[in-house]
Design a binder for this molecule. Structure first.
Ligand code: AGP
Length: 607
């Protein structure tokens, strides 16, 4: 989704902005622009395409010391230079960048047009520039405050005025905004990756707050002009973590990092003495935990698939009723909040609008919602009633990989805690821990075998359609495999329970539609084999993910990728990693933009 950045300081603003926009590229975008205040006037450069396209229209030296920048992910109006941000008012003295959606822009626009404003773009965002202009009386901060009170929808904005050089004003409602506090320089941005190269001291701006920055100072107030005291927080991520460090793609780096990221997610969270887990961030006493009668998990995309695995696991080992639901659907069905139910909002970014709004809806109804998030300081963990940081490190590729296995890690620990409280004995607890602790090493073995997945990708990447089929705890992993393949290779892929193919999808099977079967050694293995045979009988090509030593599968499938033997409940980790690699290699074979696939955004901050 859109990324925004603002800078005030001694450096040439254009350079800082363009570098910041590069770091925001991972969010997904289709055009970019900057505005810099130079010799009393605003200069605006904006261009459809990538940051390099924007760079190609920038003069060699732009001396301005303050400015704003934007990467646009189109919602209102097609992708072109005019619809790109920044947008200016009629006088060209006010410029704004906006992340979010203004829902009442049509009525505001009509009114402003009647009053003489001339609009250049088709965007909802441009209305903000004209609105501020219509209210401006020499005090930018005041007019921003008045303007945002007339907006309906979501926004993270940064505004500048040529008459107030060296000042930027930011405001937030529903879209992230962070202030970076530097030494003689200040930053505003939609996320910390844009500014981490300059400062690690940040202040998270909340909904309803307005921030003003100059090179040496900042102030945060609410819409009624009351000062808001904010705490400076320290970002623990290192700059190297958001760089490729020699890998071809962030996705490759992030897949290969998983042995380490899974291990990190367990660190300090295993209590061998009592054979349980320890998740201090839940903010729940043992009494409160034992009183939980039901768990409901809400999320979107890959995080939803992790939630589905978690629900299966909680029921299986903790005997605790658990379900996972798409946050976007839950929000609009007037959910019933039951007593003694704990909700988890799962989100890598912690900013996904569907998940955030569903969480707020639940909280308004009195639910306790815990976050399972990666990005420290993001909105979901800040607004949740507690939770778990998954500590997978920055995930930059649009396709989520290591966050999925880290989300699983967090839920495996939570399930262990609940199981041990409810009925699981010490010995079983210890063996569960042993199995979990062996996962990173087994994932590393799979990574060592990745050449075989490259060969499979070469053989199958020409397919137009693909099926991914699994059962039980691996059924959500099949869904995840299909999502991964379609989002980065654009091959049409569907995930199903293997049992379901006979209820419809088998009609798709022919010589050119491959099926990827997940066949771990578990109680459903024989049932999956039956489904495989049904596909083979219809001449469908079959690839199987099976467990070392399972020769029977080799006799049925056209190709087999073997994963190391493990405990049956840990196979989701071992099945998903080959699927991630397979998708990655298919996308490479097809020459796709792996890290920034078309039409997608990393953090989906609009509904
Ligand atoms: C995953 O590869 C996707 N890009 C997407 O489905 C993602 O998982 C979803 O948008 C949810 O994001 P979140 O985890 O940041 O909430």
């Amino acid at each position: 989704m859109c990324g925004i950045i603002g800078y005030c300081g001694p450096k040439p603003a254009a350079n800082v902005l363009v570098e910041g926009l590069r770091r925001l590229e991972y969010r997904g975008y289709d055009s970019a622009g900057i505005s810099v205040l130079k010799e009393g006037n605003l200069t605006v450069f904006k261009k459809k395409g990538k940051i390099n396209d924007l760079k190609s229209i920038l003069p060699d030296h732009i001396n301005g010391k303050s400015g704003i920048g934007h990467t646009r992910w189109a919602t209102h109006g097609e992708v072109n230079d005019i619809n790109a941000h920044p947008h200016t008012d009629v006088s060209g003295r006010i410029a704004i960048v906006h992340n979010g959606i203004i829902e009442n822009f049509t009525s505001l626009r009509e009114k402003l047009v009647e009053e003489g404003s001339e609009f250049k773009s088709e965007t909802d965002s441009e209305v903000i520039a004209h609105l501020i202009s219509s209210l401006y009386d020499g005090d930018l901060e005041r007019s921003v405050k008045q303007a945002v009170q007339l907006l309906k929808g979501t926004y993270g904005i940064i505004v500048m005025h040529a008459d107030e050089p060296g000042l930027l004003v930011g405001a937030r409602n529903g879209s992230p905004l962070v202030l970076g506090v530097g030494d003689g320089e200040m930053f505003l941005a939609s996320d910390v990756t844009a500014i981490i190269a300059h400062t690690k001291q940040v202040i998270y701006i909340e909904d309803g707050e307005v921030v003003r920055i100059t090179a040496d100072d900042y102030a945060t107030t609410d819409l009624k002009d009351r000062p808001v005291d904010k705490k400076i927080e320290f970002i623990s991520w290192e700059l190297e973590e958001i760089e490729k460090e020699g890998y071809s793609h962030f996705m490759e780096k992030e897949i290969l990092e998983q042995p380490e990221s899974i291990r990190r997610g367990m660190q300090g969270r295993i209590d061998l003495e009592f054979a349980t887990g320890h998740l201090g961030g839940l903010n729940m006493t043992s009494q409160e935990l034992i009183n939980i009668e039901r768990v409901k998990i809400i999320a979107a995309g890959t995080s939803f698939h992790a939630g589905m695995v978690a629900a299966y696991l909680l029921e299986s080992i903790a005997r605790l009723p658990a379900t996972a639901e798409l946050a976007s659907e839950l929000r609009y069905r007037n959910p019933i909040v039951e007593r003694n139910t704990v909700y988890f909002a799962v989100s890598q970014s912690g900013e996904t609008a569907d998940t955030l709004y569903a969480m707020r809806e639940l909280q308004r109804k009195g639910a306790r919602v815990l976050g399972v998030c990666n990005v420290v300081g993001s909105t979901i963990p800040r607004e949740s009633d507690g939770g778990v940081y998954i500590h997978s490190g920055p995930e930059i590729a649009v396709a989520s990989t290591k966050a999925f296995t880290s989300q699983l890690t967090a839920f495996y620990l939570f399930s262990l805690i609940m199981a041990r409280m409810r009925h699981m004995g010490t010995d079983t607890g210890l063996s569960f821990i042993k199995n979990l602790e062996s996962v990173p090493e087994r994932v590393a073995e799979i990574i060592d075998r990745r050449d075989q997945l490259l060969a499979l990708a070469r053989k199958y990447s020409g397919a137009k359609d693909f099926l991914f089929l699994g059962r039980g705890i691996n059924y959500p992993v099949a869904l995840e495999g299909a999502l991964k393949l379609k989002e980065i290779s654009y091959i049409h892929a569907e995930g199903y329970s293997a049992a379901e193919i006979k209820h419809g999808p088998i009609a798709l099977i022919n010589e050119t539609t491959p099926s990827m079967f997940l066949v771990p050694e578990d109680s459903l293995r024989d049932k999956v084999i039956t489904s495989m045979k049904e596909v083979k009988a219809r001449r469908g090509p079959v690839i199987a993910l099976a467990v070392d030593g399972d020769q029977e599968i080799a006799g049925i499938a056209d190709d087999v990728f073997y994963v190391p033997q493990s405990h049956e409940l840990t196979y989701p980790f071992l099945m998903v990693v080959p699927l991630q690699l397979f998708s990655y290699y298919c996308a490479l074979e097809l020459g796709r933009n792996v890290d920034q696939p078309r039409n997608l955004a990393k953090s989906v901050t609009v509904e």
